[in-house]
Design a protein around this ligand. Sequence first.
Ligand code: GLP
Length: 257
Amino acid sequence: MRIGIFSDPEAVADAAAEYLISVMNTTDHKVLGVATGSTPLPLYERLRAAHEAGTFTLEDAQAFALDEYVGIDPEHPERYRNVLRTELVGADKTGLTDENLHTPNGNAEDPDAAALAYDEEIKTAGGVTLQILGIGADGHIGFNEPAISLVSRTHVDALTAKTRSDNARFFDDDISKVPTHCVTQGLGTIMDAKEVLLLATGENKADAVRELVEGAVSAHWPATVLQMHPKATILVDEAAAAKLELTDFYKERWEAR
Ligand code: GLP
């Protein structure tokens, strides 16, 4: 893994945007894996600015979301499809079209079948070139909660109480309004991406980042599976990096990259 440590979330977003734009501008397989949560929002702001400046576009790209809530009102602004529309879709955003934004169907009659179909859809598109990831305080990526199979495919799952309480801030601070289930790309699905770019900011992520980078690979901290990924870049701010042991080494190696 390559680890970049930056002073604050804005510097993390600058580095992430620079990296993402250079990958997407040089690949001939424009399939971007997109994430929700608050961490990638400053990155999306920079992608919109680059689109406006004419240096970046998702006009001719496909985007695949990591996950979606099950049973959420299709009009709800926190439905992940709607969040990603607001952030990325349209000529006034990044040029991504609504039809090229793919999200798991959390309102399907048979959510398990919809999950499998989504996994197939990603394969049919030829796989993801670059997957953006955040990380939950309990080490989840997508919505892969502790004890998930390290080779799982897209599936329906329950959310932990911790994740529901963390996400209550998007639902009027009322945990009873947070959906109990999700459909998420599995860890195996995420690992199929050619490159992954994980962003983590804030002291609330320090335990998860310590485990991700220096812990043992374990389903107890699902993000640790990324240690097995051949091309993973982890960009964090000083607060999220606070519990790492080998910080100076990571900084040196990042500078020498
Ligand atoms: C959410 C999403 C994840 C995200 C994580 C962290 O539940 N399903 O994809 O990475 O939690 O969110 P945040 O970036 O808001 O801390």
